[in-house]
Design a protein around this ligand. Structure first.
Ligand code: MG
Length: 461
């Protein structure tokens, strides 16, 4: 049983005691707190709610919507939806904010409330803290019968989202239609099973092989779109002779492609490829988080733009993108943020852009992948004793590498000429994650081993 109350939302496992898990009691108090704050600050009672297809979704949604009614909110319920769809619906509805019910890539026993402001973007640290404080204090009133809120069901946002994507300047439906792609889709039996095939049809893709596209919330494999979880998609691509495969996570904000040979295009390369296409048409800057591949920097420089790194976390990436007026950005975990659409990770936007890119190049996806800058990552961690001073360890490492290019905006990232290493402490466990990247898998491993050895030496002193 777990309940993680963080500024980005309330996340936990279903079942258990209040305060120890995401129970109805916890859902009600934090929903009421968030709704109260939204309504008090804006005077606007409208709040958009949507959810992914996980098994607990209906129960959590009923609680959230009932709670919002109990504080007098006017709920627009999108029902089964995606994170980016709720994000675009909030400003289109002129709502005060929104709540997405999804634990993203986490397994089925998890669920969460993700909280959006009036722009349909994730709330800030300060706003998140306010919600947590008010939720814990229970210092608010519920409405009497004269002030109870309302609910309307709105299932028009699937089409509105698709229409908005088709209208994007560099999405080329005619080229995609002519390319006559055969595409396999694994949507892990969540709402991507509805939204991805509907988008593909609207883009003129006539042959779609649907794998795990029943939105029943019964995840047929671990829902994080990683190579080891996508063996069914790989088999479907090969058996059907598909041109490519597409996998999304349960709330459709992470996107990975599979090549025609059944190999993964690489989650790190979703953003790289999408940026490569956008930057061809619109010169400008890019942003990703510190743990993302350097290939984005290389592609950005090739197109004459400047690359910027942000701390890990979607809200940090979005803040940096606004600051440097980035034309595209996101996260190496398959998160594409295209501000011409909206400031949120959107797998559907990523699909439309990559298919436009492939269609115009007229190359196999594997041929294109071979042309992109080649980097390999190594992901490691070291487990520490709980009493160890992790911040002290990181600052000792910083002193050791003070002469190299480095940043401490989020842990310690050291940029060597041909490799980088990013050290981050976990907020929940006594571990340090060591992500590294090099031009070969061996180089990425070697730099990670060297740094881990040096940290062990500092610890043992
Ligand atoms: Mg997600």
């Amino acid at each position: 049983m777990t309940l993680i109350k963080s500024i980005s939302g309330i996340r936990g496992t279903i079942g258990g005691r209040p305060g120890d898990a995401l129970t109805p009691v916890d859902i009600v108090k934090f929903t009421a707190a968030f709704g109260k704050i939204l309504i008090q600050k804006s005077g606007n009672k409208k709040i958009v709610v949507g959810r992914d297809a996980r098994v607990s979704g209906e129960m959590v949604s009923n609680l959230v919507i009932g709670t919002l009614q109990s504080i007098g909110a006017e709920v627009v319920n999108l029902g089964l939806s995606t994170t980016p769809t709720v994000e675009i619906a909030v400003p289109m509805e002129k709502a005060a904010g929104g709540i997405i019910l999804t634990a993203s890539h986490n397994p089925g026993q998890w669920n969460a409330l993700k909280l959006l402001n009036a722009k349909g973007e994730f709330i800030s640290d300060a706003e998140g803290k306010e919600v947590l404080d008010l939720g814990e204090s229970l210092d608010f009133d519920f409405a009497g019968i004269e002030e109870l809120g309302t609910v309307i069901q709105d299932d028009t946002y699937l089409q509105k989202h698709i229409d908005a994507i088709l209208a994007l300047e560099y999405v080329d439906v005619e080229a995609i239609r002519k390319a006559n792609f055969k595409v396999a889709v694994d949507a892990v039996n969540s709402t991507g099973g509805i939204f991805v095939p509907a988008l593909l049809e609207a883009l003129g893709v006539q042959t779609i092989y649907k794998i795990h596209c029943e939105p029943n919330g019964k995840f047929p494999h671990n829902p994080e779109p990683l190579k080891e979880h996508l063996t069914d998609l790989s088999a479907a691509v090969i058996q059907n002779g598909a041109d490519l495969g597409i996998a999304v996570d349960p709330d459709v904000d992470r996107l990975v492609f599979m090549m025609e040979d059944g190999e993964l295009f690489g989650e790190e390369y979703t953003l790289v490829a999408v940026a490569d296409y956008i930057l061809q048409h619109k010169k400008g800057n890019t942003v990703s988080n510190l743990s993302s591949t350097r290939a984005l920097r290389d592609v950005t420089l090739k197109h004459g733009g400047e690359y910027f790194a942000a701390a890990v976390g979607e809200v940090n990436v979005v803040t940096k993108m606004k600051e440097v007026n980035a034309v595209i950005g996101g996260e190496g975990n398959g998160g594409v943020i295209y501000p011409a659409s909206h400031y949120g990770r959107d797998a559907l936007v990523g699909i439309a852009i990559l298919l436009s890119h492939l269609a115009k190049m007229g190359k196999k996806i594997s041929e294109y992948r071979a042309e992109l800058p080649q980097y390999y990552m190594s992901k490691n961690k070291i487990t520490l004793t709980p009493d160890l001073d992790i911040d002290g360890l990181l600052s000792a490492m910083q002193q050791k590498y003070a002469h190299e290019n480095h940043t401490t905006i989020d842990g310690l990232k050291i940029d060597f000429e041909n490799e980088w290493v990013h050290l981050r402490k976990s907020n929940t466990e006594p571990i340090i994650r060591i992500y590294s990247e090099g031009k070969t898998p061996e180089a990425a491993d070697a730099i990670a081993q060297k740094i881990m050895h040096e940290m062990q030496e500092i610890i043992s002193k």
